[in-house]
Design a binder for this molecule. Structure first.
Ligand SMILES: [Zn+2]
Ligand SMILES: [Zn+2]
Ligand SMILES: [Zn+2]
Length: 137
């Protein structure tokens, strides 16, 4: 994983802005998937549109990916560094803690290639592990 927020912006040819730097720092420190709300809590004043656009840009550029965890919340997690624009490589499982609701990437657990039934079109495949995280057990 890249060392700093600036490294990540440079790697993905993204212009440096205060909000982008701050949001990346929050992800780097969190070490878990974050929802829109989780990120908003770190800001005193930030309009939702700016944050929404920042996350959308990050996702498009391969900086963050959706961490599907089986809960209602949409969460994002930092990509491993192999992702680029329109080419995400985040085919790994996510662990969701039933207790605290934390979601983390399990990058060592790859999702095997799956075949959709004849006539069906696959748009995604997710693997979710549920249970209790280290902090809660
Ligand atoms: Zn990715
Ligand atoms: Zn937990
Ligand atoms: Zn992930």
């Amino acid at each position: 994983m890249p060392a700093s927020a600036l490294d990540i912006l440079v790697q993905h040819s993204l212009r440096k802005t205060t909000v982008r730097m701050q949001v990346l720092d929050i992800f780097l420190q969190a070490k878990e998937a974050l929802s829109h709300n989780d990120i908003e809590l770190h800001f005193n004043q930030l309009d939702r549109i700016t944050l929404y656009r920042t996350l959308k840009t990050f996702e498009e550029k391969g900086v963050i990916h959706k961490a599907i965890d089986g809960s209602e919340k949409l969460k994002y997690a930092l990509c491993s560094g192999h992702c680029s624009e329109h080419a995400h490589e985040d085919h790994h499982a996510h662990f969701h803690c039933d207790h605290c609701g934390k979601t983390i990437c399990i990058e060592s657990m790859h999702i095997p290639a799956v075949q959709a039934p004849v006539g069906f079109q696959l748009s995604g495949a997710y693997r979710v592990l549920k249970g209790t995280c280290a902090a809660c057990s």
